[in-house]
Design a protein. Structure first.
Length: 460
């Protein structure tokens, strides 16, 4: 018996969590945190619909929190096995869990001090001790090398772009009577991103679990250099602050590289850049450490400082340094997490900056339903941050060219070499986007598709 259970990223973008059962052996592919609307966030507090103590291993695709953020809860509830990931991803998971724990604890402290909780005491989803215990379970693996989990399961990683170390996962399973193969796409990156490798050709498989975040959209063809340079010039002209909610891993490094490149080629005048995210700072150090895992030629570009750091890039780790940015005058750029405006330090910057029409908020990635980022992207003129109503007078701009997710055209291109699978499961997308991706696969390839519901289990 071989079964696949969908316990996250089904009908929504976040909370990636797939349960594979081969006879009595059980593993998880990804173990992410739900983000976005309150109903989704509350799922993080509910016990999982399986016994964590029965899970033999977790196989991670990459280090974003919606793919790894539930791991400390899993460990606290009895998981004892290994957590497999690519070599750079292990480093990224460590900094992500430590930073997320710290932010959870900071946020709980803030809500208790400001009395912004309906509970007797606001608690973090997990603590720094939980994070450290989880990190001890990490088992780093290279790309393209088979690893066994008992006699029934073996898997290997393939480069998929998106962020440093990100992978698709090819798994072969044998229940004693037959062999079945499945490929989990993970988050598919874009082609030509200067700080990631292009996605590798995917192997053919019996079953495919494919992301559909942008399953019905095509990213704009505009050169991100041109779009970004225009926003920075506008900020320099009016003396405002360009606030950029950005994922600490991948997007922050891409933006820093882009600003430095624009300055180096005289597209814009020099401008001060403030990175207000301990995790982003640590992630940049990991990008430097694993230079062979990304496509950026730092020597040709003038060395690592000219690419990811530089004399006008200021790094703020401590909360006291973050608070001082409230008094910062423009022109300047503030880059802070979380990328979807679902928590973290960016919320304080938005609280402080949204009311000033001289400022610009640049939305550079996907914004899940229910997040402040999504409301800004939809043009709302009033948002609530820490239960405080905030009038939106600042300009908002969407930069689709900086997205780290492949659009449907790029996904179809990635799948082009693959032989038709028996079935494609479309996950990691809002319902409209998953349905659009299903329509493309049916009409253009004739592939059988299924959009699973949360909690659904299918037999392979």
């Amino acid at each position: 018996m071989i079964q696949l259970g969908f316990h996250g990223a089904a009908g929504t973008v976040t909370g990636s969590k797939y349960l594979l059962t081969v006879d009595k052996r059980k593993i998880l592919v990804d173990c992410g945190m739900f983000q976005g609307a309150k109903e989704l966030r509350e799922r993080n507090w509910a016990p999982p619909p399986f016994d964590p103590a029965e899970i033999e291993a977790v196989v991670l695709t990459h280090g974003h929190v919606d793919h790894i953020g539930y791991l400390p809860r899993l460990v606290r509830q009895g998981f004892k096995g290994k957590i497999y990931a690519t070599i750079p991803t292990c480093d990224i998971v460590a900094i992500t869990l430590r930073d997320t724990a710290n932010l959870q604890m900071e946020d709980a402290d803030y809500r208790n001090r400001k009395r912004l909780t309906h509970h007797p005491v606001a608690l973090p989803l997990f603590t720094e001790d939980d994070a450290e215990e989880t990190i001890r379970h990490l088992a780093p693996l290279p790309f393209n090398v088979w690893t066994r989990i008992g006699e029934e399961i073996r898997f290997r990683y393939h480069v998929v772009g998106h962020i440093l170390g990100a992978a698709s996962v090819e798994i072969e399973m044998n229940d004693g009577s037959r062999e079945v193969s499945i490929l989990f796409s993970g988050d598919i990156g874009r082609y030509g991103n200067p700080v990631t490798r292009n996605p590798a050709e995917p192997p053919s498989c019996d079953y495919l679990v494919c992301e559909s975040t942008y399953g019905g959209r095509v990213h704009p063809a505009e050169d991100p250099h041109t779009e970004f340079a225009s926003l920075i010039k506008e900020i320099q002209s009016c003396g405002g602050v360009l606030v950029i909610p950005a994922f600490a891993i991948g997007r922050t490094q891409q933006i820093t590289y882009l600003v430095n490149d624009l300055i180096q080629h005289n597209w814009i005048r020099p401008i001060e850049v403030h990175i207000d995210s301990p995790m982003a700072i640590s992630a940049t150090d990991i990008y430097v450490k694993y230079a062979s895992y990304h496509s950026l030629d730092v020597q040709q570009a003038g060395g690592i400082e000219a690419v990811l750091e530089g004399p006008r890039v200021h790094r703020h780790r401590k909360r006291t340094a973050s608070k001082k940015l409230n008094r910062l005058r423009g022109p300047a750029i503030i880059i802070s997490a979380s990328g979807m405006c679902a928590g973290g330090r960016i919320m304080h910057h938005l609280l402080n900056r949204l009311g000033d029409p001289k400022n610009i908020v640049a939305l550079v990635g996907f914004m899940a339903e229910g997040t402040v980022g999504r409301k800004l992207a939809d043009g709302d003129k009033l948002v609530y941050i820490h239960k405080t109503p905030v009038e939106v007078r600042a300009k908002t701009a969407r930069l689709g060219g900086l997205s780290g997710h492949a659009d449907y055209f790029e996904i179809m291109h990635w799948l082009e070499p693959m032989k038709p699978p028996k079935r494609v499961f479309l996950t990691h997308g809002e319902p409209t986007q998953s349905q659009a991706m299903a329509d493309h696969l049916k009409q253009e390839r004739g592939w059988p598709t299924h959009i699973p519901e949360l909690g659904e289990t299918v037999e392979l």
